[in-house]
Design a protein around this ligand. Structure first.
Ligand SMILES: Nc1ncnc2c1ncn2[C@@H]1O[C@H](COP(=O)(O)OP(=O)(O)OP(=O)(O)O)[C@@H](O)[C@H]1O
Ligand SMILES: [Mg+2]
Length: 538
C-alpha cells in the first residue's frame, strides 16, 4: 500500500498506519522489546564487505557490551580498531528509540561525517525491519530522525554547540579520543553537564585510545574508582579471524607502535618521549587535596620533613606558564606534594607566592632557574623578602671569561639551564621515574610528560604544548644528581655543607648551599605565616 509509506519510501512506514496485530505478533513484539540481543540477532541487518546485507550475529563480547550499556548509566568502551563497536552501539540505539516513548538520543562523533554515518547504519537497520516492528516516521534526514512515538536521534560532530539547549536520555560519544583535545575539555566543562543533568541520562563513550586526553582520564579515573563509569574492553584476538598471523601481518603493514595503540589499546603519548611510553601509561596521579588560586596541594606539610621547591619563571604574557613544584625530599621516593602553574603571574608578584608556599612547607629550599627573568625572582626572594633558603650554584666560567679571576669560579643565585644541566637533568629524571624513585601525583605534570619529546637532539615540549612543570622536574633531577644533594636531605649534615664544598668545585656546576643562618626555626613563625597557613589549609 503506497500510501502507508513515508514519502514514497517503501521501506519506511508513515505515521498512523494500522498494523493487523495477531497474538503471535504481539508476543514477538514483546519479546523484541524485552530482549535486545534477541531483537538484534533476529531483525537487525549489517553490511558485510564480502557478503552484502547479512544478519547482525552479535559476537559474544558485543552481547556483553550491550548488557553493560543497559545495566549502567555511564559506560566507556576502550576497544581496538574495527571490532564492530560503532555497529553494536547503533543496534542498541535502534532498540532504544523503537521501544521507548519520547526517547531522545544525541550521537556525537569526532567528525560530522562520522556521526551521520552512524545514523545511516541505524537507518539501514530500521529500513529492513518488518513494518510491525517499525514506528511511523515523522522525520528522516541525514542528520536526524524522529518517530511517531516521539523518539528522536540527532547526530553531529562533538562540539560545544552540537546539542545546545537539548536535553537527552542518551548521549553517545564515538571515537571520543579523536576529538581535538581542546574541544574534549570544553565539551566536558560546558556541554556535558547540561546534557547529563537528568537523573537517568545514559552516557556511552566508545573509542580506540589516542594518547593522553579526556578519554584517557575518564578511563583511568574509572579504573581508580574515581568516577562511576563502567568499563568494557576487548582483546583483538576475540574477533574471529584475528590470530597471530594476522597480528604479524598488521604490524608489518603498520608498526609495532601503531599496533600497540590501535589493537592493544595502549594509551601512548607522543613518540620519542623522554620517559618510556609503556612506563608513562602506568603512572598514577591523584586529585589535589586542595586547590588555592593556582596552587594545587597533594600532601599536607609534615613537621620535620625537608622540602624543596624548583621554580620555572615565565614573562607572564599569557603564553608561557610560570610554574613551581614542591618536592618532599626527606626520603626516596621523592614526592610531588604541591604545584603551582599560572600564565599571568607577574614576575614581581611571583616571588611572594614562592615565599609563602616555601614557608608553609618548613622553609623549603628553593632552586630557581635563572636563565631569563628568573634571576629577578631569585633576587627578590633572597634580598627583598629575605627568604634565606634560596640555593646558589657556583660555576666554572668558560675559558676567557674569568681571566684574572683567580679561582675561575663564579657564584650565583639559582641555576642556569645550560645544555649540560638539561642533559643531566633529563637523564636523571628519566631514571628517577622509570625506577619509581619519584611520585608524580599531578595530572598536569603527567600530561606534560606524555608530550615531552626528543627533537633535534634535545628534549622539549611537542609543538603547541608546554613543558614548564617537566622543566621543574628536570632541574630538580639535576640537583638530585649533585653530591651535595644528599646533604640537603640530611638535617644534621646541613651545617657541614660549606666545608665539604672543596672537591665539588671540580665540577662544572654545583649547588653552593645557603647563605649563613639557612635554617629558620619553624617555631619562629610570625603573623603573616599564620595567616597564610590558615588560607592555605582551608
Ligand atoms: N558481529 C559481527 N559479525 C560480522 N561482522 C561484523 C560484526 N560486528 C561488526 N562487523 C563488521 O565489522 C566492520 C567494522 O565494524 P564497525 O565499523 O562497527 O567497527 P568499529 O570498531 O567501530 O571500527 P572503527 O575502529 O573503524 O571505528 C563492519 O563492516 C561491520 O559490519
Ligand atoms: Mg567506529
Amino acid at each position: 500500500m503506497a500510501n502507508d509509506n513515508y514519502l514514497g519510501n517503501k521501506n519506511l512506514k508513515r505515521s498512523s498506519v494500522n498494523i493487523e496485530w495477531t497474538k503471535e505478533l504481539i508476543l514477538e513484539y514483546q519479546k523484541c522489546s524485552d530482549d535486545q540481543i534477541y531483537f538484534i540477532k533476529k531483525y537487525c541487518k549489517i553490511v558485510n564487505v564480502d557478503k552484502g546485507l547479512v544478519n547482525f550475529e552479535l559476537w559474544k563480547f558485543q552481547e556483553e557490551m550491550i548488557h553493560t550499556f543497559e545495566d549502567n548509566r555511564f559506560s566507556i568502551a576502550k576497544m581496538p580498531r574495527q571490532v564492530g563497536k560503532t555497529t553494536t552501539v547503533a543496534a542498541y540505539l535502534l532498540h532504544k528509540i523503537l521501544f521507548n516513548e519520547s526517547y531522545r538520543i544525541a550521537i556525537l562523533a569526532n567528525k560530522d561525517r562520522g556521526a551521520r554515518e552512524i545514523l545511516s547504519r541505524i537507518q539501514l537497520m530500521f529500513e529492513h525491519l518488518p513494518k510491525w516492528l517499525q514506528q511511523g516516521v515523522l522525520e528522516w534526514n541525514k542528520g536526524n530522525i524522529e518517530l511517531e512515538n516521539g523518539s528522536k536521534i540527532l547526530s553531529s560532530a562533538t562540539s560545544s554547540s552540537a546539542t545546545r539547549g537539548g536535553s537527552f536520555n542518551l548521549l553517545y560519544l564515538d571515537e571520543f579520543a579523536f576529538v581535538p583535545n581542546n574541544i574534549q575539555d570544553e565539551f566536558f566543562a560546558s556541554v556535558y553537564p547540561t546534557i547529563t543533568s537528568g537523573q537517568n541520562t545514559k552516557v556511552i563513550i566508545t573509542s580506540t585510545p589516542n594518547g593522553m586526553n579526556m578519554f584517557y582520564k575518564i578511563w583511568t579515573d574509572s579504573v581508580n574508582n574515581k568516577n562511576t563509569y563502567s568499563r568494557v574492553s576487548v582483546h583483538w584476538s576475540m574477533i574471529p579471524g584475528r590470530d597471530e598471523k594476522w597480528q604479524k601481518q598488521t604490524i608489518e603493514n603498520t608498526s609495532q607502535r601503531q599496533f600497540n595503540q590501535e589493537y592493544n589499546c595502549e594509551f601512548l603519548g607522543s613518540s620519542n618521549t623522554l620517559i618510556d611510553a609503556s612506563k608513562l601509561g602506568t603512572i598514577p596521579y591523584a586529585d589535589p587535596i586542595s586547590k588555592k588560586g593556582s596552587v594545587d596541594k597533594f600532601e599536607e606539610v609534615i613537621p620535620g620533613h625537608t622540602y624543596l621547591i624548583s621554580v620555572d619563571t615565565s614573562r607572564g604574557s599569557g603564553i608561557d606558564y610560570s610554574a613551581f613544584i614542591v618536592f618532599d625530599i626527606t626520603s626516596v621516593p621523592y614526592r610531588v606534594v604541591a604545584k603551582y602553574r599560572d600564565n599571568e603571574i607577574e614576575s614581581l608578584v611571583y616571588p611572594t607566592i614562592i615565599y609563602n608556599v616555601g614557608r608553609h612547607y618548613n622553609y623549603a629550599y628553593v632552586l630557581v632557574e635563572v636563565n631569563d627573568i628568573g634571576q629577578q625572582v631569585a633576587d627578590i626572594l633572597l634580598h627583598d623578602l629575605e627568604y634565606e633558603n634560596v640555593l646558589s650554584t657556583r660555576s666554572k666560567g668558560r675559558a676567557g671569561q674569568n681571566i684574572g679571576g683567580g679561582s675561575g669560579v663564579k657564584y650565583g643565585l639559582g641555576v642556569r639551564t645550560t645544555t649540560q644541566v638539561k642533559r643531566i637533568g633529563c637523564a636523571n629524571f628519566k631514571s628517577l621515574v622509570e625506577n619509581d624513585k619519584i611520585i608524580i601525583n599531578d595530572y598536569d605534570l603527567l600530561y606534560e610528560m606524555f608530550r615531552f619529546i626528543e627533537h633535534n637532539n634535545k628534549y622539549e615540549a611537542e609543538e603547541g604544548e608546554h613543558d614548564d612543570l617537566v622543566m621543574c622536574c628536570v632541574l630538580f633531577s639535576w640537583l638530585v644528581h649533585q653530591e651535595y644533594f644528599k646533604e640537603l636531605c640530611d638535617n644534621d649534615a646541613r651545617l657541614e655543607v660549606l666545608s665539604s664544598n672543596q672537591k665539588l668545585v671540580e665540577e662544572n656546576l654545583i649547588p653552593f648551599g645557603f647563605i649563613d643562618d639557612v635554617w629558620v626555626d619553624p617555631d619562629a613563625i610570625d603573623d603573616t605565616d599564620q595567616q597564610f597557613n590558615k588560607w592555605f589549609n582551608n
